[in-house]
Design a protein around this ligand. Structure first.
Ligand code: DI6
Ligand code: FE
Length: 400
């Protein structure tokens, strides 16, 4: 079979673990692509002929990076609140004083879909420049049926505007909308109005909820998850970010794709996640930006065999971060991940958190040919430098 394109002379980190769970660098490796898919990854000798050849001259090749937790679709910014926090206010105090998520909600409601797309593209382009080929985009700043749908329509448009795969998550259960008081009544709105509209337009790939004192209780989150499952949609959760309400354990019971943040995760939560195969998504940008003191229980997660992903959580309030490479660096420096774990965290495990591991996240035949090609010698260099981008070439579905 004639390939459309073949990359030769690469040093390839496929992301596919061997029998011992190790990913070995493949020297002098060729990757061939046809119709956007990988048709060969291995020795050049056994590679097919191709219409076009690109010599990588020994550069490192990894799967295209995956940012599996972002809120990049939003309007406005919260630099003013950041300044308040620099003067001593906590993230929770800012939220309780009427700032926080609600101030972004006001900006998003005012913005048109076009304006949301335009505001999000520079952030998306920053991620793309680092070799990101798949991202997740959450809603959660509309907080009513029409505005949540508007955010998700903007997210879908990003995918049609750039060469990138976008997975969406409906996060109606993110915060209480301005002026609302009754949390149970609001959850009813999420279930009866928001989800049906967004699901009806095929805007929802997963359903997310924020389980926290300043957001929703496990019981309220469970109602949202029941509604998601009734539509055949998988769930995920923002949990144990500021306190431990047992959200991760609840989510695992629902077979959640991921539980994210998890600084305050306890052993019962870890056990439940391991059993359910729920990915733990570490968000060191938020940990850093709100000066959280508590670290996620990385050693215990590792020991329990819970896959750990790393993401930017790019959002205007707690993590205005548009560098996945920096998130990798922080995951190593702050949380004690190995550079290899950080790389698996933005490829294989991130793919699993988005339910796309069958088609991306590692370099293997039949998957999309999503690659990041780097001017570095070793995978560790990707999380070693701070604020430096060694990307040489990005390939999305076989397109350079
Ligand atoms: N946790 C977070 O870190 C973001 N959402 C959430 O549930 C913060 C969102 C924001 O502050 O705008
Ligand atoms: Fe988040």
């Amino acid at each position: 079979m004639l390939a459309d394109l073949i990359f030769v002379n690469g040093r390839v980190w496929t992301g596919e673990p061997d029998g011992k769970g190790q990913v070995k660098l493949q020297e002098d490796c060729a990757i061939a692509t046809r119709s956007g898919r990988i048709i060969h990854a291995g020795p050049r000798k056994s590679a097919p002929e191709a219409r076009k050849t690109i010599d990588l001259e020994g550069r490192l090749v990894t799967p295209g990076l995956i940012d599996c937790h972002t809120h990049i679709v939003h309007a406005g910014n919260r630099a003013n609140e950041w300044q308040m926090r620099l003067e001593g206010a906590s993230y929770e105090e800012v939220a309780r004083a009427g700032g926080g998520i609600v101030s972004t909600v006001k900006a998003v409601r005012k913005a048109s879909e076009d304006e949301l797309v335009a505001a999000s593209l520079p952030r998306l382009d920053a991620l793309i420049a680092e070799g990101v080929t798949t991202i997740e985009v959450k809603s959660g700043y509309g907080l009513d049926a029409e505005n949540e749908a508007k955010m998700l329509r903007a997210a879908r448009r990003l995918e049609r505007t750039r060469a990138i795969t976008v997975r969406t998550a409906h996060l109606g259960a993110h915060a209480m909308p301005p002026g609302a008081k009754d949390k149970d009544a609001y959850i009813t709105d999420v279930i009866e109005r928001q989800l049906p509209l967004a699901v009806g337009e095929a805007l929802v790939d997963a359903v997310d909820a924020f389980c926290e004192g300043i957001a929703f209780s496990p019981e309220q989150v469970a109602r949202v998850f029941d509604a998601a499952h009734a539509q055949g949609i998988r769930v995920k959760i923002h949990a144990e970010q500021l306190s431990n309400l047992g959200g991760a354990k609840l989510a695992a019971k629902y077979g959640a794709l991921s539980a994210d943040h998890i600084e305050y995760l306890d052993s019962a939560g870890i056990k439940a996640m391991a059993k359910a195969g729920t990915v733990g998504v570490l968000l060191p940008g938020a940990y850093y930006f709100i000066k959280e003191k508590r670290k996620p229980p990385v050693a215990a997660l590792r020991k329990a065999g819970v896959p750990m992903a790393v993401a930017t959580d790019c959002n205007p309030g707690s993590s205005p971060l548009t560098s996945l490479l920096l998130a990798m660096n922080m995951a190593c420096t702050f949380f004690g991940l190995t550079p290899e774990e950080a790389l698996a965290g933005v490829t294989r495990h991130a793919a699993r958190a988005l339910d796309v591991l069958h088609e991306s996240g590692t370099i293997a035949p039949a998957k999309w040919c999503d690659l990041a090609i780097w001017d570095v010698a070793a995978p560790a260099e990707l999380s070693y430098r701070i604020g430096f981008n060694p990307l040489w070439m990005r390939v999305w579905r076989g397109h350079v």
